[in-house]
Design a protein around this ligand. Sequence first.
Ligand code: HEM
Length: 116
Amino acid sequence: MRHERYFSQPLEFHPERWLSPEHQLYDARYANDNLKAIHPFSLGPRQCPGKEIAWSQIKLFLGKVLWAFDLEGVQGQDKSFDKDFSVHAMWNRPDLYVRFLPAKGQTLPGKLSLQR
Ligand code: HEM
């Protein structure tokens, strides 16, 4: 719910609001945010029945990608989540280029290899 009652700067994209106080990027501005006020899968009898599948896929995908790669935004793009992304039933997502760099100290899983 994008409302000041629940979130500081409710209309702005600040993913650090989900970080715990121990995290180095923690920002005390969001200490009083009510994180339980967000319901991306909706609520009630018509809430998303795919919620648990979606969560497990998201966690598996992100876990595997972030284990193996460091992600870096490609320079020269002037994209802002607040300004350029929108949702009207479907997401409007402009191209956003990201470079996948092998994570330091990690070998790539499975058949992936960086050797050519
Ligand atoms: C990040 C992933 C997803 C999000 C954020 C999401 C979100 C939502 C939301 C907000 C609704 C309710 C829409 C409304 O109010 O009418 C919904 C409905 C629904 N979702 Fe998802 N969903 C996701 C993934 C999935 C997946 C993976 C499945 C199936 C495997 C799924 C199947 C459905 C179905 C069938 C409905 C309609 C339920 C009904 O009308 O009773 N969703 N979803």
